[in-house]
Design a protein around this ligand. Structure first.
Ligand SMILES: Nc1ncnc2c1ncn2[C@@H]1O[C@H](COP(=O)(O)OP(=O)(O)OP(=O)(O)O)[C@@H](O)[C@H]1O
Ligand code: SF4
Ligand SMILES: [Mg+2]
Length: 336
């Protein structure tokens, strides 16, 4: 029997509820159920994409792993070691091993620091190198992300969005991270620049064996980069599958609706568009039963009262829906 290897990252039943305060006294009036029981793993050298509409909790998952705030419940393990309950004073190794690249590198890059200093800072802070070794490392990182050498003396505002994102990626790589969380890292870029940065991340992953948690509201972006996809809706994962399986035969009705909006490059292939009714409900007061029931084209009585659990539906795919049908035999939806 094949020995089970420890995943690089394991997230187990993660919950993050933000307290809501109101009234003159600022008393607690409720919660924002931003992330409400999310579980997944990421192996070394693997990319897991987390996708879903705005507000479904994607960034909150990333921030919880980064320990930017305490979680409400659940567990997070890095290389088998629990990290969600580490005291603040013991977070340094974690900060070195898990890095983040945000959507807007301009606001996360110090405008008064030269590019060379921005990339050198984590190397110095973690005591990894100094002197000529530091200079060599910075130059090597700039080569890796394909920034011109003269960029070292320039400031972030002198660069385009794509180049600024390369600076952010070099800084994330600098301390020798195992896992990089890319939170909408290419969402603000032009289409061609998006593709360049996606290719760069893929190449770096192959070269360095990096794991990536790639957060995006856009399913189309992740298709060429990811190994597996977790689809989130209102604080929960509704489907988790290998890329090929998810794009070829999406199982969950929500995944099918999201995917139906993704353009198909082959003009001879037509995808039936599924238009979802209404907006995403509020995470302050999520719907009963299946959270997707207020918008699902296949809703039936049971969906309103009983929550479907994320369960194995074959071939390593997990889905949370009471309709246990393969997509080809699911009820048809009127084309938009
Ligand atoms: N610090 C906070 N305090 C209260 N509510 C918050 C906080 N951070 C996030 N939320 C709420 O939690 C929910 C999930 O937010 P989150 O930023 O994780 O969504 P997202 O999926 O990343 O959305 P987007 O695609 O717009 O970035 C939202 O309703 C958001 O308003
Ligand atoms: S459980 Fe019901 S409402 Fe939820 S996705 Fe499945 S069919 Fe739709
Ligand atoms: Mg976000």
């Amino acid at each position: 029997m094949k020995a089970k290897t420890t995943p690089l990252l394991e997230v187990n039943a993660l919950k993050k509820h933000f307290p809501l305060h109101g009234g003159l006294l600022g008393l607690r009036t409720g919660n924002v159920y931003a992330v409400d029981g999310v579980s997944f793993t990421i192996d070394r050298g693997e990319t897991l994409s987390v996708v879903g509409e705005s507000g479904c909790g994607k960034s909150t998952v990333g921030k919880a792993i980064l320990r930017l705030f305490p979680i409400t419940d659940g567990e997070v393990f890095l290389d088998g070691e629990r990290i969600d309950n580490l005291p603040a004073g013991q977070l340094r190794p974690l900060r070195r091993r898990i890095q983040v690249v945000f959507q807007d590198p301009f606001s996360s890059l110090n405008p008064r620091q030269r590019v060379g200093d921005i990339i050198a800072e984590p190397i110095v802070n973690f005591g990894i190198a100094s002197g000529s070794e530091l200079e060599d490392r910075v130059a090597g990182l700039m080569d890796k992300v394909q920034l011109p050498r003269d960029a070292i003396h320039r400031f972030p505002h002198e660069f385009s969005g794509g180049q600024r994102q390369r600076i952010g990626i070099a800084r994330a790589l600098a301390p020798g991270a195992d896992l990089i969380i890319c939170d909408e890292a290419v969402s603000a870029l032009d289409v061609s620049v998006k593709a360049q940065i996606v290719n760069l991340l893929s190449d770096l992953q192959d070269e360095l064996g990096l794991a990536l948690l790639f957060i995006s509201h856009d399913l189309a972006i992740v298709e060429h980069l990811t190994h597996r996809v977790a689809v989130m809706y209102l604080g929960k994962i509704v489907e988790l599958a290998d890329r090929a399986a998810l794009f070829a035969t999406p199982h969950h009705p929500y995944t099918r609706a999201l995917l139906s909006a993704v353009p198909v490059p082959d003009p001879t292939v037509q995808r039936q568009r599924i238009i979802l009714r209404g907006d995403v409900p509020s995470p302050i007061n999520p719907p009963s039963g299946c959270r997707f029931h207020t918008r699902c084209p296949f809703v039936f009585d049971r969906c309103r009262s009983e929550e479907p659990l994320l369960r194995d539906v074959g071939l390593g795919r997990r889905s949370a829906c009471h309709l246990d049908v393969v997509p080809e035999t699911a009820p048809t939806v009127a084309a938009a």
